[in-house]
Write a protein that binds this ligand. Structure first.
Ligand SMILES: N=C(N)NCCC[C@H](NC(=O)CCC(=O)O)C(=O)O
Length: 444
C-alpha cells in the first residue's frame, strides 16, 4: 500500500491582526500595532498550499476559528447584545478583546499532535488537540480545534480523536510544533521525538529564566500514552533553555525533521549526543543529522529568518525539498547557507521560497502553517475529500477570501461590530465549501 505525508494548512481567519500577544515570540512583540492585511495573509497561505499540491503532495486545509470570540467575552462577564459585548470589552478591557480576536489558529502546527497508524498500538491515526495554556489568546482554541479535526478526519475506523490535556501549566501542550516523527518510510513504524521546554513536576530541573517554556515533559508523555506509542518508539528531549530565552518559543523554530533527516541548530537541545544515540538505537534505519553551527547561522539570524521553520518534504521523485519563507532569501548568512546545503550530499536537494510575510510578522513561518498527517491510501480516502487542495478548491477559496476579507485591519478595528457579521458570514460559507457541518457555536 502507498503511504503519504499529507500537509494540512491552517486557513487564515478574517481577523488576522498584530496585537503583540505572544510574550517570548520576538516577531509578535516587535510588530505589535502594525496594520495587517487579512486578505493578503489568507492568499499567501493558499498559494503555499496550492504550490505543494502542484508538486504532487497530498495537501489539505483546516478551517479557522470563529473570531471575535464573543462566548469567551460573555463568560468573563461582558453582557448585552453582541455589539454591546464587543464595545464594553473594547472600553473596559482592550487587552482581553484583543486576545478574543486573534486569528492565531492559522498556526495549525500548534493545533494538535498527530501520530500515524504505523506507530500506534491500535493501528489508528491519533489526534490530541493542544491546550495552548501558556497564552490566553491561544488557550481558547482547543475545543473548536477538536471539532474541526473531527469534521476533517471523520472516520472512526481510521481516526481516533482525544480530548485536549487538562488546562493547567503542568500540562502545557503546543502540539506538533514540539513533535517530530522520524522514520525510514512514512508507512513504517517510526520514532516520535517529543521536545519539551521544562519539567513541571521537578522544580529543580533547568528551565528558561526570561521567556516561558510552553511545552512540558509531562504533557508530551501524556500525549505519547494517549496515542498508544511504545517506549521503544519515543524519545523525549529537552530544548536548550538558553535559546528559548533568545526567542525560540517552539522547537520548530530551531529544528525540523522529515523521514530520516533531522535538520537542527547546534544549540537547539540539551544532552544532544546522548539523545541522538537514543534516536539512532530506536530507529531501524540510518539517520542524517544535519547540523547548522552558530558560525554558519547565529540564533538571532535563525529566529529572524525562520531557517528552521521550513518544511522538509519528500517529493514524488524521492528527493527532499525545503519549503522556506522568502525571509531566508533576504538574510545573507541564511541564504548562503541554504545555497550550500543543497550541495552537501544530504537528502535535501532543493530549496523553494514562498512569501508568507503576513504570518511571519506574527512569528509564524511555513512550518507553523501546516499540520502533518502521515497516512496510507485508505486513510487518505477516509479524509473529508472536500478539504483536499486542487484547482477547484484553490479557485473557490480565493474567491471566498476576496468576497469576505478586508485588506487592512488595525487593533482599533477589532471593536467594529461589523467584523462579527463578516466573520460569521465567511465561516458559514466555508463550512458549506468544506462540508464540515456545524463546527462553530454561532451555527448551533
Ligand atoms: N512555531 C509555531 N509552530 N507557531 C507559531 C505561532 C505564532 C503565534 N503568534 C501569535 O499568536 C501572535 C499573535 C499576535 O501577537 O497578534 C504564537 O506565538 O503562538
Amino acid at each position: 500500500m502507498k503511504h503519504f505525508e499529507a500537509n494540512f494548512d491552517g486557513l487564515v481567519g478574517s481577523t488576522h491582526n498584530y496585537a503583540g500577544l505572544s510574550f517570548g515570540n520576538v516577531a509578535s512583540l516587535n510588530n505589535a500595532a502594525l496594520t495587517s492585511n487579512p486578505k493578503a495573509a489568507a492568499k499567501q497561505g493558499l498559494q503555499k498550499a496550492k504550490s505543494l499540491a502542484d508538486l504532487g503532495m497530498v495537501q489539505g486545509v483546516l478551517a479557522p476559528q470563529e473570531r471575535p470570540d464573543l462566548y469567551t467575552l460573555r463568560r468573563i462577564g461582558f453582557s448585552g447584545s453582541d455589539t454591546e459585548v464587543l464595545q464594553k470589552a473594547a472600553q473596559q478591557a482592550p487587552a482581553l478583546l484583543n486576545a478574543c480576536c486573534s486569528a492565531s489558529s492559522m498556526w495549525i502546527a500548534n493545533a494538535a499532535t498527530v501520530s500515524p497508524s504505523a506507530d500506534t498500538r491500535d493501528g489508528k491515526v491519533h489526534f490530541t488537540p493542544a491546550n495552548l495554556v501558556d497564552k490566553l489568546h491561544r488557550s481558547i482554541e482547543p475545543v473548536t480545534t477538536g471539532k474541526i479535526l473531527q469534521a476533517t478526519f471523520n472516520n472512526d475506523r481510521h481516526f481516533r480523536h482525544h480530548q485536549h490535556l487538562p488546562e493547567h501549566t503542568s500540562f502545557g501542550d503546543e502540539g506538533a510544533a514540539n513533535h517530530t516523527r522520524l522514520c525510514s518510510e512514512y508507512g513504517h513504524a517510526g520514532v516520535e521525538l517529543f521536545v519539551y521546554g521544562q519539567q513541571a513536576t521537578n522544580p529543580s530541573a533547568v528551565k528558561p529564566t526570561k521567556y516561558p517554556a510552553r511545552q512540558t515533559l509531562e504533557a508530551s508523555q501524556a500525549v505519547a500514552r494517549l496515542h498508544q506509542l511504545d517506549d521503544e518508539s519515543c524519545v523525549f528531549m529537552q530544548q536548550n533553555p538558553g535559546v528559548i530565552d533568545q526567542g525560540v518559543f517552539h522547537n520548530d523554530v530551531i529544528s525540523v525533521g522529515n523521514q530520516n533527516v533531522l535538520f537542527y541548530h547546534e544549540q537547539a537541545f540539551l544532552n544532544t549526543d546522548a539523545k541522538f544515540d537514543e534516536i539512532r538505537r530506536k530507529m531501524s534505519s540510518d539517520m542524517h543529522f544535519v547540523k547548522v553551527s552558530t558560525d554558519q547561522v547565529s540564533i538571532d539570524d535563525a529566529v529572524r529568518s525562520y531557517l528552521f521553520n521550513t518544511q522538509i518534504i519528500t517529493l514524488p521523485s524521492g528527493e527532499m525539498a525545503i519549503i522556506a519563507p522568502t525571509n531566508c532569501q533576504e538574510n545573507p548568512a541564511v541564504f548562503a547557507y541554504l545555497n550550500e546545503l543543497v550541495t552537501l550530499g544530504t537528502p535535501i536537494k532543493q530549496v523553494r521560497y514562498y512569501d508568507v510575510k503576513q504570518s511571519m510578522q506574527n512569528g509564524g513561518g511555513p512550518a507553523c502553517l501546516r499540520l502533518r498527517v502521515a497516512m496510507n491510501e485508505q486513510e487518505v480516502e477516509a479524509v473529508n475529500q472536500n478539504t483536499l487542495m486542487n484547482n477547484a478548491l484553490f479557485t473557490r477559496l480565493n474567491t471566498w477570501v476576496d468576497k469576505h476579507y478586508r485588506d487592512q485591519l488595525t487593533v482599533n478595528d477589532l471593536a467594529d461590530p461589523q467584523l462579527i457579521i463578516e466573520s460569521r458570514t465567511a465561516l458559514d460559507e466555508l463550512t458549506q465549501i468544506l462540508k464540515l457541518g456545524s463546527v462553530y457555536q454561532f451555527q448551533k
